[in-house]
Design a binder for this molecule. Sequence first.
Ligand SMILES: [Zn+2]
Length: 287
Amino acid sequence: MKVEIKCVHCKARNYIKKGYRKTLKRSKIQKFLCLGCNRYFTNDDGFYRMRNKESIITMSIDMYLSNLSSRKMRNQLRRHLGTRISHVSVLDWVRRYVKKVSKFVDTLKPQLSGKYYADETEIRRNKKDDVFWCAVDWDTRFIHSTLYSGRPQNVEDAKRFLRRIKATGQTKYIQTDAGVFYPRAFRNVFAFHKKNNNKVEHRINNVSKTKKHNVRIETVFSKIKDRVDDFRGLKALWSAPILITGLVIQHNFIEQHSAVKDYPCERAGLNLNLFENRWLNLIGFSC
Ligand SMILES: [Zn+2]
């Protein structure tokens, strides 16, 4: 994939190079003259009109989502790079670019094994519990369907969640725990499949009987829960799903999975050539 330059005013792709814009922290930036609307523009590489360097921004996003609080990140930037920004800026960068990148990654079509492990977990926010529903594909470890809800577990949310799983069009089986809402939601969402002789199997792992936990999904959840513990931006219901989406992107695209020593996105056939600075390149594709 290659990033194409287009005019930020009229989206035309015919332009000529015309001088540079001087910036304080991002050095010289190439200016273009649009032959469509005759106005000057600089390329929107995802960092259009941002005052800080791309590398500082992407490093902050990466470290925040992997393990560092926004306050600690702010302190590191000041001590080691002499960059003075507030912890709120770190959070704003994370949310701004997670939103941008998630729109892009939602258009991708991962090739999944169809062996899905689905579960839900409680996320503490403002002294109450939200519920995060999450499904991971076993062979690729790709997280493909999620739902963040401000309500306790219920059949309606279970249906919304299963509809997202169904939309992958690749489901072979879904394993869940013995949650009471699953069988009803499952019948509701996948009922039509049976007539088409296209059966999707619902495997229920009743932990109290089998004594076996659903390790396959719990590894993913424990990683997310570890990180969420000191997520300060989790206070507001508008912000929480964005940050959790950030963790999902971090899992799918940025970090090698410890068990399979590979990126889930690449196992799912999405070879985006993200090179070393994976956030920077993901943002470039998302413009
Ligand atoms: Zn133009």
